[in-house]
Ligand binder design. Structure first.
Ligand SMILES: Cc1cc2nc3c(=O)[nH]c(=O)nc-3n(C[C@H](O)[C@H](O)[C@H](O)COP(=O)(O)OP(=O)(O)OC[C@H]3O[C@@H](n4cnc5c(N)ncnc54)[C@H](O)[C@@H]3O)c2cc1C
Length: 435
């Protein structure tokens, strides 16, 4: 990897997400060599992916070059590398660009979409976890409307204009709200010769309420906001399968759609060598102690989505969200410095700052530890918080200008098919529709 040997201990961080970046920032100017490995050369601000999928933002306004974060950091090295395996005995990491040894290792690899073993949904459904996936979804949505214009078969046209979003967490709720706004504000203008009123946005939730991790009042309000926007909210329904056109469920309800978005689960990204049962908890997360050390190791740490720290308040680990990842990254950074100074490490204590979700224009729900509110003010709070946590001044300015523009003009101008989408193993939809 062409990284010089150093007399200082070498910390290797795998993953430049929320946790990895927060940690790296803490290690600036410290007596250590820091190597950050990521398979992307950018940090992905996942909470705004749905806006890329729905043409509200360009992808480069939510991505930030990792090298720029580390600019001017002495003794820091970034390598664009896909980590394949960890040899914990030899303290060696194997990647697609070569091997590297570590003195201390931090795993911050985040999570990936979990289809719970359903091959049909994995093959035919759309995920929204990465920027390329969001661009695929953007293209597919637009391609469907272009195709709908060309068919006289009403059944086929409806399927092309129908959407099924599986999962009533923040991702599902936010995406459903954005699609409903497109249906109302943009489709009639863009496709005047198509009856876009027939387009249906279906949000399917297995549980009995949306946003189950938030308060009851937030759930109720979010559902009402979505219904006001014309979204069909289906609760207590579990999607069973999808063949590219037909969605079956565990009830009599079924859907015809050319677009199923799977937002119903994630599991941690584990790496070979650290993926034995003894290290893993539910959802593939690595079991860590209160100092972020992976069970059985003093020199291997894990933070963020990939780490499960079981505490009295969080018996199943902290929520897989940005705040725990950032706070864990910062705490581990402080602890690694203390380790260098031969001081005892401090246990991690999570400060729950609350959670929020937006449903659409002037519509959001916010649960703070002491107060809960919904509506216009919540929407402004949601925007402010997301701008604050976006990495990069340019990104903040661009996103802010886009939001103001979209708000004033009722528009989303990034509705572009830059890279047409074609799933490798996609069924021939025309054929399916004739069956
Ligand atoms: C659509 C969506 C919306 C969300 N909305 C919210 C929200 O509103 N609020 C909120 O708090 N949270 C939200 N989240 C969750 C939040 O984004 C995650 O909890 C957070 O990103 C976790 O941070 P992390 O550092 O653990 O992992 P990540 O930020 O996912 O970073 C992991 C990094 O590891 C890298 N990596 C993985 N495997 C390898 C490998 N083998 N080799 C090299 N590099 C590797 C990846 O490229 C990535 O850069 C959302 C997530 C999604 C998908």
């Amino acid at each position: 990897m062409n990284i010089p040997q150093s007399s200082s201990p070498r910390f290797v961080i795998i993953g430049g997400g929320f946790g990895g970046i927060a940690l790296a920032k803490k290690l600036r100017d410290k007596e250590a060599q820091v190597v950050l490995l990521d398979k992307h050369n950018y940090h992905n601000f996942q909470p705004l992916l749905y806006q890329v999928s729905t043409g509200g933002l360009e992808p480069d306004s939510i991505a930030y070059p990792i090298r720029k974060v580390l600019q001017g950091y002495p003794n820091f090295y970034f390598r664009l590398a896909n980590v394949l395996e960890i040899d914990t005995n030899k303290r060696k990491i194997s990647t697609n660009i070569g091997d590297i040894n570590y003195d201390y290792l931090v795993v911050a690899t985040g999570s990936r979409t979990n289809y719970f073993g359903n091959k049909g949904i994995e093959a035919m459904g759309m995920a929204m976890k990465t920027i390329p996936q969001s661009l695929n979804l953007r293209s597919l949505i637009l391609e469907n409307f272009e195709q709908a214009l060309l068919t006289d078969d009403l059944h086929a046209r409806d399927a092309l204009m129908n959407f099924v979003i599986v999962g009533g967490g923040p991702t599902g709720v936010e995406l459903a709200g954005a699609l409903a706004e497109i249906k109302k504000g943009i489709l009639p203008k863009d496709y005047p010769d198509l009856d876009t009123r027939r387009a249906q946005i279906n949000l399917v939730q297995a549980g009995d309420r949306l946003l189950p991790a938030m308060s009851e009042v937030a759930s109720r309000k979010a559902e009402r906001f979505l219904e006001e926007l014309g979204v069909n909210v289906w609760k207590n329904i579990r999607v069973a399968d999808y063949d590219g056109l037909h969605v079956t469920t565990d009830t009599d309800t079924s859907f015809n759609t050319a677009t199923l978005v799977w937002a119903a689960g994630v599991s941690a990204v584990s790496i070979k060598g650290l993926d034995a049962k003894e290290f893993l908890c539910r959802g593939n997360r690595l079991k860590v102690n209160k100092f972020h050390q992976v069970e059985g190791f003093k020199e291997i740490f894990a933070i963020g989505d990939v780490a499960q720290m079981e505490t009295e308040d969080f018996p199943n680990g902290h929520p897989m969200m940005a705040q725990p990842a950032i706070q864990q990254g910062r705490n581990l950074g402080d602890n690694l410095v203390r380790l260098l100074e031969n001081k005892p490490m401090k246990p991690f204590v999570y400060k729950d700052k609350g959670s929020m979700a937006t449903v659409g224009r002037n519509k959001a729900v916010v649960d703070l530890p002491k107060v809960k509110f919904q509506g216009v003010f919540a929407w402004f709070v949601w925007m402010f918080v997301h701008l604050y946590f976006l990495i990069g001044f340019r990104n903040r300015v661009v996103v802010f200008i886009n939001w103001v523009y979209n708000y004033v003009r009722f528009d989303r101008e990034a509705r572009l098919i830059i890279r047409p989408f074609k799933k490798q193993n996609q069924v021939d939809r025309n054929k399916l529709m004739q069956d």
